[in-house]
Write a protein that binds this ligand. Structure first.
Ligand SMILES: [Zn+2]
Length: 439
């Protein structure tokens, strides 16, 4: 995923939207560490749309290059930022080639947090007499926001990532209207997800099939949001006797830590999730669930008899504890690998999804004989039709749409669709390009 990073200049202010890290095939991809195309010291404010690493992962680099402005986000994003940055530091500091331990220092992370302020959705942030900003609910992950700039009465909206509403946990993406300029994501610009109504049934069937085969079901997940959504769904299935009770391991220190943050922001969940949670004594906890924080505990999972379920990071099998489980469980046809998230081109997760018989996982060739199941209904991103419907709500006032943050074919497909279906002026700007909006 390309690291989001946009620069907006108005009334002499230099404002960034997001400062993300490009992720996927190689986490410490060299392009992340090239100099920013602007002077970090001159930036006044950084707005962070949400706590995914491809939106905030280069904040320590920005600090390292002298940024001392303000960082604004929603309150949950503020709370999620520390565990996300510390986890990224843990991964990147292993890279000695680029000396990332000198950039991703605890001091730089601490300094970033000291400049950081959390806001509620719709709270007005006055930047200059003619420029005000607010966060709107993007429904993508906890605290995720679109950033709305109102400059001289004209509205410019950065979508960040847009949620695949309805989400099990979050309210739907807010509808927007009267927008003049839209900068929108396009991760699934060229594809539609399967029906969301079926996703819980598919999950249930996958668990039952694996149970009957007495296998291990391994689920590589993103630690932020997907893990908590899966826990919420599994909780529902267990509590309603839809699946048999069996050991379920949340084998991700980061997901365990982030789940604690989720518990602090119950008011940000949707009405149904809030209702379910008021009846339960423990949030994200149910019979059979084990959170394995320590690596010794993680190693013990292999000794627990089947059937069982293991949820671990990373979501694209590029690292983290999931790779140990994949090496162990993928060669056995009784086991199942369930993919629920976006798999970047070239990542081991994508290759497995595409049906390779052998996959190289962190330097080791692993034979794939396990059942491979993909459920896209849990995707955190709007699909192609969802993105179009989102734009339709404000198509009458739109002057231009800039389609960003997707693989080129995905962005181009969405650009064409916006032109053909809605008659809009849509573009997919190249990285590093700039435009002047006459507000
Ligand atoms: Zn995201």
């Amino acid at each position: 995923m390309t690291g989001a990073n946009f620069l907006l200049e108005a009334d002499g202010k230099k404002i960034l939207v997001d400062c993300g890290l490009t992720q996927g095939v190689k986490v410490a991809d060299d392009i992340n560490w090239d100099p920013f195309p602007y002077d970090s010291k001159e930036i006044d404010i950084l707005f962070v749309t949400h706590a995914h690493v491809d939106h905030l992962g280069r904040v320590p680099k920005l600090i390292n290059e002298g940024f001392r402005g303000k960082i604004y986000s929603t309150e949950p994003t503020h709370a999620l930022a520390l565990p996300m940055l510390e986890d990224t530091a843990g991964i990147l500091s292993q890279n000695t080639e680029l000396h990332l331990n000198k950039i991703y220092t605890p001091e730089n992370i601490k300094l970033a947090l000291s400049l950081w302020q959390g806001f509620k959705y719709h709270e007005t942030i006055k930047i200059t007499p003619d420029l005000e900003v607010s966060f709107l609910d993007a429904g993508h992950i906890l605290g995720s926001a679109m950033v709305l700039f109102i400059y001289n009465g004209k509205k410019i909206l950065f979508t960040g990532d847009l949620g695949n509403s309805p989400s099990p946990l979050l309210p739907d993406t807010e509808k927007v209207s009267n927008i003049d300029y839209l900068i929108m994501e396009s991760v699934y610009g060229d594809r539609n997800h399967e029906s969301r109504e079926d996703r819980r049934r598919f999950l249930e069937e996958t668990i039952e099939d694996n149970y009957k085969r007495k296998g291990t079901l391994i689920i590589p997940t993103f630690s932020l949001e997907r893990s908590q959504e899966l826990l919420f769904e599994l909780d529902n299935l267990v509590e309603n006797d839809r699946i048999p009770i069996m050991p379920i391991f949340l084998d991700s220190p980061l997901a365990i830590r982030l789940t604690e943050v989720f518990k602090q922001f119950k008011s940000y969940f949707n009405a149904n999730a809030q209702k379910v949670m008021t009846h339960e004594k423990y949030l994200f906890d149910f019979p059979g669930l084990h959170s394995t924080l320590k690596s010794e505990e993680s190693r013990m999972i292999g000794m627990v008899p089947n059937p069982k379920i293991v949820i671990a990071g990373s979501g694209m099998s590029t690292g983290g504890r999931i790779v140990h489980h994949e090496r162990h469980y993928l060669p056995d046809p009784n086991n199942t690998l369930l993919l629920t998230g976006y798999q970047a081109v070239g990542s081991p997760g994508r290759l497995i999804q595409e049906g390779v018989k052998t996959v190289r996982i962190t330097g080791e060739d692993v034979i794939v004989r396990a059942h491979i199941v993909t459920i896209t209904g849990y995707s955190g991103h709007k699909d192609s039709d969802g993105l179009l419907a989102f734009v339709e709500d404000t198509q009458d006032t739109l002057k231009k749409v800039f389609v960003v943050m997707g693989e080129p074919k995905s962005s181009m497909f969405l650009v064409q669709k916006l032109r053909d279906n809605l008659g809009l002026e849509a573009f997919a700007p190249e990285q590093g390009s700039s435009v002047t909006l006459l507000c």
